[in-house]
Ligand binder design. Structure first.
Ligand SMILES: Cc1ncc(COP(=O)(O)O)c(C=O)c1O
Ligand SMILES: N[C@@H](CCCC[NH3+])C(=O)O
Length: 463
């Protein structure tokens, strides 16, 4: 069945965002939105030479399809741009043994923020000294474990935590490396829920009211803690280099002030993560080299002004490394044209996943794109919305996209840019089991995170 009639009729322009143009070729893949090894061959989407139909037949849908070489190349792009600095892969973006191991093989350290993420890193065989532990409410057990196994750095987030950590370290006879998370007060241009350095939120110590200074002073004077340096992270999915620059300048100034006032040397300065990636044509991320040059320039300038040595830098990108490396493969179930005002219609394309495998659209109003993956089509582009199978009208995966008007049940569609904060924030709402992650490398596919099953869910239901 074709929905061509009406697809481009009526006042449909008012239904789509201004940046979304009608594509000349609805089968074309917008470069930069797809993992490096994805192409359309004989009509069908392929990754590393494997067709999505073959992947769907072998692993089922929905499935996250991960381009491992793309991920590794992005790891290297950050380590090369930040040569001489430490790059921590932020495991919260996506955490599995294979991915943490790959990051470590490419020379990255790993940022973890719970006992669960620590467990995966240890199970992957990572050296605890290459882990950094974050969190605004780490439990006593988490702090104890971190000190006991010799985690490389613990980023403290409250005065209570400094006391707790000092006590635990004393009891264990250890002296952990500590960083102080500074809230630099930068209003980052991103969704409110993923900005972390405006004043009214839970992370870090305020720079403006002196809390950060006091926290660093207390760590420096604690009996059992070693002050490694300061840490700042202003939020996530940020494109504005100026926001990173202002933040780096502020935290570098505090770094210099503490060195002078307390007559100590702070070995390291961590500038956090949050670098944006492209989800649609409206996103234009800066390459790592540009970001690195801008940040280095600021830190060098501040250190020169204070006549102090430039500290070792570290950063913590998550999304910008793993996000673009993955697409989600769905099967289309039902296709429903919905007539809206002025006679225009929108095609509701329902897929076999939804808010349970990608909550970002609902939670942050995030934008994604999609393509018909199992074949190409000569049909007219129709304004479509990709929705899930959940009992929730906000269950939207892709809010606005042009898909061929002949899209039909049984077709496969692919949504790129789903490597970060999709599987890791997944749920089993409506008892929909979480999809697997299938890694493709050297023309071979393997499951690195298994599909959850209904049996898994029933096992937890004790009656
Ligand atoms: C402390 C910290 N570091 C790193 C990250 C990673 O951010 P992103 O995935 O946006 O690079 C986050 C998440 O925002 C974070 O809270
Ligand atoms: N979960 C958020 C990012 C928060 C990152 C952690 N501080 C997202 O999907 O964009």
């Amino acid at each position: 069945m074709s929905h061509e009639a009406g697809a481009l009729h009526g006042d449909f322009a008012s239904l789509r965002p201004s940046w979304l143009g009608v594509p000349e070729d609805v089968n074309a893949l917008v470069p930069d939105l797809w993992p490096a090894n994805v192409e359309r061959a004989a009509g069908t989407l392929h990754i590393g030479g494997l067709s999505v139909e073959k992947l769907a037949a072998e692993f089922g849908t929905p499935a996250y399809v991960f381009d491992e070489d793309d991920f590794r190349a992005r790891c290297r792009a950050w380590t090369e741009a930040f040569e001489g600095a430490d790059v921590f892969y932020a495991a919260k973006a996506f955490c599995s043994k294979a991915v943490l191991r790959a990051a470590a093989e490419e020379g990255l350290s790993v940022d973890v923020c719970t006992a669960g993420e620590i467990a995966v890193a240890l199970a992957a065989g990572l050296d605890p000294a290459r882990l950094g532990l974050h969190g605004n409410n780490k439990s006593l057990a988490e702090l104890h474990q971190a000190v006991e196994i010799g985690i490389g750095r613990i980023v403290v987030d409250s005065l209570q935590e400094i006391e707790r950590l000092d006590t635990i370290a004393g009891e264990l006879g250890r002296r952990p490396m500590v960083m102080v998370r500074v809230n630099v007060g930068v209003e980052a241009h991103t969704h409110e829920y993923i900005a972390t350095a405006h004043e009214d939120q839970k992370f870090g110590f305020s720079l403006a009211d002196g809390d950060a200074y006091e926290a660093a002073r207390r760590v420096a004077h604690a009996d059992n803690l070693e002050l490694l340096g300061l840490h700042s992270h202003i939020g996530s999915q940020i494109f504005d280099t100026a926001a990173f620059e202002v933040s780096a300048a502020r935290v570098a100034r505090l770094h210099a002030q503490l060195q002078t006032d307390l007559d100590i040397t702070l070995a390291e300065l961590d500038l956090g993560g949050g670098f944006g990636m492209a989800y649609t044509t409206q996103d234009d991320p800066q390459p790592p080299a540009v970001i690195a040059a801008a940040l280095r320039r600021i830190v060098d300038r501040e250190c020169a002004a204070a006549s102090i040595d430039v500290p070792r830098l570290s950063i913590e990108p998550g999304r910008s490394i793993v996000g673009p490396s993955t697409f989600t493969l769905y099967e289309v179930g039902t296709v429903k044209p919905v007539t809206l005002s002025a006679g225009a219609s929108r095609l509701y394309v329902s897929v076999d996943g939804g808010i349970s495998d990608n909550i970002r659209t609902a939670l942050y109003d995030a934008t994604y794109s999609a393509t018909l993956a199992s074949r190409s089509s000569t049909a007219t582009p129709a304004l479509a919305r990709v929705v899930g199978k959940h009992c929730e009208s906000g269950d939207i995966v892709v809010k606005d996209e042009f898909l061929p008007a002949d899209i039909a049940p049984g077709d496969l569609i692919a949504v790129p840019g789903t490597g970060a904060y999709c599987r890791s924030m997944g749920s089993n709402y409506n008892h929909v089991p979480r999809p697997p992650v299938v890694a493709v490398r050297n023309g071979e596919a393997r499951v690195i995170l298994a599909r959850e099953t209904v049996e898994d869910l029933l096992r937890l239901d004790l009656g």
